[in-house]
Design a protein around this ligand. Structure first.
Ligand SMILES: CC(C)(COP(=O)([O-])OP(=O)([O-])OC[C@H]1O[C@@H](n2cnc3c(N)ncnc32)[C@H](O)[C@@H]1OP(=O)([O-])[O-])[C@@H](O)C(=O)NCCC(=O)NCCSC(=O)C[C@@](C)(O)CC(=O)[O-]
Ligand SMILES: NC(=O)C1=CN([C@@H]2O[C@H](COP(=O)(O)OP(=O)(O)OC[C@H]3O[C@@H](n4cnc5c(N)ncnc54)[C@H](OP(=O)(O)O)[C@@H]3O)[C@@H](O)[C@H]2O)C=CC1
Length: 435
């Protein structure tokens, strides 16, 4: 059968009609079809209002990381993620950090940048000054649209004008609107403002405005977290905490100097941050884009965290990165589980949410570095991944843990081994049933 990927008038169908079409085209069985139509918390009607061409909803595991104490407050951290050992590692490190005073966090005001690109000018520096001279007029136009945001204390605060005198398309200037978006992620808000000021920008510069869109390098909207962990808190029966600290420092230095390692190191940080961003209905592509662009701001891609040793020999970890997350806007209010996540966390502002997210990123980074610098990642990670492999092999119920435990003990986590163990287990079960 050849698939026809043209879907004429697909948008006008109901999700059920669309799915019936796809089920026929992809030759889905009744059991497979039931997977897409199974009821979930989001529900197909809500989903249909969120994106286009909806046929159903897609689920992820939804877990809670424990032990987090942020600025003296206990926080339950919801995480939506498919990768094993992420929630366990975050909870483990939060447990160690908790014993040493918890996470200290802070953040800047929720300032986002929107960019307005101007071309067709011969005097870019003159055009820049014309814009700066009319700063108040530009702010007034930008702030004339979103009454709700202004009433909440937000709005366009300032402008910057960046000059690119010599590009392949001639001289270019880019005006930034600096907007306080309060508790929104703010993309739609700042995009509306950027579009509304464009006619004035063209009039003031004599140029032609092209792009009007936010920048995901949200370098004015930073969240920070800090931890201090004593060697004693890190002691294990095999290694001293002081030795583990040296290992963490070596691991961090690797990421600080080598971009190949920094990419993986930062992926480990995002292992903690993305699940919180997803669980709260926020735009994880925006957070990812901002994180990696910020990691490259010196011109060389490097670690988003820093690990040091203080005078007393304690390990000090810090993180600072863009955190464009909201409590309103986007899917945050639409998705019932996003609302539930915010209730579980009991956060009162987007800034607080961002601070918790980076605290989880810092914990996750420590979890990975601690494992990598000592026993390696596979023991802890694969022991938990083994449950996934057992599921792939067809294990159900109590079989999952039984098969996973055996594979972890044997340090042999593979699907063919899981299949063999499952057969063994079922044969033993059958023999017991017969006797
Ligand atoms: C996996 C652990 C935590 C095991 O570590 P362990 O020493 O076997 O843990 P434990 O059984 O002694 O338990 C200690 C605590 O960990 C938590 N914990 C422990 N197990 C569970 C569980 N099943 N479910 C829930 N929580 C769990 C829990 O808080 C527990 O305290 P308790 O509740 O018992 O008082 C450890 O080996 C670890 O932290 N490993 C690192 C795992 C990791 O980083 N995973 C991310 C995926 S790998 C990756 O993608 C990123 C990477 C590594 O490439 C990044 C990089 O390179 O930098
Ligand atoms: N490059 C990118 O990252 C892009 C991302 N996006 C998407 O944009 C969406 C986020 O945009 P965003 O502007 O946050 O969403 P919304 O426009 O949905 O929500 C923001 C609006 O909510 C209202 N509001 C109500 N209460 C508050 C409050 N306490 N604080 C702030 N605003 C409040 C404001 O005014 P009012 O009531 O008048 O609306 C505000 O303008 C995401 O879905 C993202 O995926 C879109 C384009 C590009």
């Amino acid at each position: 059968m050849t698939t026809d990927s043209r879907l004429p008038n697909f948008r006008a169908l109901t999700p059920a009609q669309r799915f019936a079409h796809i089920a026929r085209a992809a030759n889905l069985t009744v059991e497979e079809a039931a997977l897409v139509t199974a009821p979930g918390a989001l529900g197909v009607d809500l989903a249909n209002g969120m994106i286009e061409n909806v046929i159903g909803t897609f689920e992820l595991p939804f877990g809670i990381a424990g032990n987090f104490q942020v600025n003296g407050r206990d926080v339950l951290v919801p995480m939506a993620v498919e990768e094993p050992s992420v929630v366990a590692a975050a909870s483990f490190m939060a447990k160690l950090v908790r014993g040493c005073g918890g996470f200290e966090t802070s953040s800047t005001e929720p300032l986002m940048r929107a960019q307005v690109q101007v071309l067709g000018i011969t005097d870019p520096y003159g055009a820049r000054q014309a814009l700066l001279r009319h700063r108040e007029d530009i702010l007034a136009v930008a702030n004339s649209r979103d009454k709700v945001l202004i009433e909440l204390g937000g709005g366009c605060r300032d402008i910057e004008v960046h000059v690119f005198p010599d590009t392949p398309r001639g001289a270019m200037i880019v005006m930034h609107l600096i907007v306080d978006v309060r508790d929104a992620m703010g993309a739609n808000t700042v995009n509306t403002m950027a579009e509304s000021v464009s006619p004035l920008v063209e009039k003031l510069t004599g140029g032609t405005v092209r792009l009007r869109i936010l920048s995901n390098l949200a370098d004015l909207r930073l969240a920070r977290a800090r931890v201090r962990i004593t060697p004693e808190a890190l002691d294990t029966s095999e290694r001293s905490g002081a030795d583990i600290i040296e290992g963490v420092l070596d691991a961090y230095t690797f990421a600080a100097v080598d971009p190949y390692r920094a990419a993986t190191h930062n992926k480990g940080i995002m292992n903690g941050i993305d699940p919180v961003v997803v669980a709260t209905g926020n735009d994880w592509r925006a957070v990812e884009a901002g994180a990696h662009a910020y990691a490259c701001r010196s011109g060389r891609y490097t670690s988003l965290t820093q690990w040091e040793k203080d005078r007393s020999g304690a390990l000090v970890g810090t993180i600072e990165m863009p955190m464009p997350v909201g409590l309103v806007g986007g899917a945050t209010k639409t998705h019932p589980l996003a609302r539930l996540s915010l209730k579980i966390m009991d956060v009162k502002s987007a800034q607080e949410l961002g601070e918790i997210a980076v605290a989880v990123g810092l914990a996750q980074n420590l979890g990975a570095l601690r494992a990598l610098a000592t026993e390696g990642i596979q023991r802890g990670h694969m022991a938990l991944h083994a449950r996934n492999i057992a599921l792939v092999a067809g294990a159900t119920g109590q079989e999952v843990d039984a098969v996973a435990r055996r594979m972890a003990e044997e340090h042999d986590v593979r699907t063919d081994r899981a299949l063999a163990l499952l057969q063994e287990l079922r044969a033993a079960e059958a023999a017991r049933g017969n006797s």
